[in-house]
Write a new protein. Structure first.
Length: 251
């Protein structure tokens, strides 16, 4: 097993960090049998790969031995985005394994993030859909299940290519990442239906790049204390009204 360096590890902002932790918790509560989760999107540039990386890192930070598989063998972004350094080693990728060139041990890389392991996509392939359809992907996932607590798979956008639909039935669940105010409902519904046709379990959808109002987060918790119900009478009817019992907290 090689060790590679992930050089661009930025600290997540509070809102992003809490959203990723919420996603991690939701996946954990999806069931003890949900161990291999694929992520896809409707279109390119919706933030899918970043979501996969941040989620894998969150699992690792929580103590889970997590493997992130870059299965975008058409247009990978992992190497450049995170400035990954193989430290002079000859590091294989998913393309090498699925074409029968290397063993599994040659493509699983430990990283400078404790508990986070990374499988790179390898060189771009002219026939990734055929590689995904072979028996070697089943063999890979079967072996990795025995080694890791959680496996996150970054697949190409299903609205553009078929790869994710081929891989989906081999996983325990699939998550769709979509960009707010960008992807049309028609395209999103089409991707969902295509996944449903494969018989895979759709765990949910991540709404990404949601615009911030600037004040919504600041004022969300500006009150503190408890509520109580008081009875009011209007036109002879008895109603209950939720009333705050404390004072407004100063910003």
């Amino acid at each position: 097993m090689n060790k590679i360096m992930i050089n661009d590890l930025e600290e997540l902002k509070y809102g992003r960090r809490e959203a990723i932790n919420s996603l991690k918790t939701n996946i954990k509560f999806a069931g003890a049998d949900v161990k291999v989760v694929a992520f896809t999107s409707c279109n390119p540039n919706e933030g899918k790969s970043t979501t996969c990386f941040d989620l894998a890192r969150a699992f690792a930070d929580a103590g889970s031995k997590c493997l992130l598989i870059d299965a975008d063998m058409r247009k990978t972004v992992m190497l450049q985005r995170y400035n990954i350094d193989n430290q002079g080693q000859k590091v294989g990728g998913l393309t090498h394994y699925l074409s029968g060139q290397v063993s599994l041990e040659n493509i699983i890389n430990s990283t400078n993030v404790p508990n986070l392991y990374l499988m790179l996509a390898g060189p771009l392939s002219p026939n990734p859909a055929e590689l995904m359809s072979g028996h070697l992907i089943d063999d890979l996932l079967s072996k990795c299940r025995k080694i890791f607590d959680m496996i996150i798979i970054d697949t190409p956008p299903l609205g553009a290519v078929i790869d994710a639909a081929i891989l989906a039935p081999k996983c325990d669940g699939v998550v769709i990442v979509t960009e707010a105010n960008s992807t049309s409902a028609r395209v999103a519904i089409g991707v969902k239906k295509q996944l449903e046709m494969t018989g895979c379990k759709i765990l949910g959808c991540v709404l990404n790049k949601v615009p911030s109002t600037g004040t919504s987060y600041r004022y969300r918790y500006r009150y503190y204390g408890e509520y109580e119900y008081k009875t009011e009478t209007e036109d002879g009817e008895t109603k209950k009204k939720r009333v705050r019992t404390d004072k407004k907290k100063e910003d």
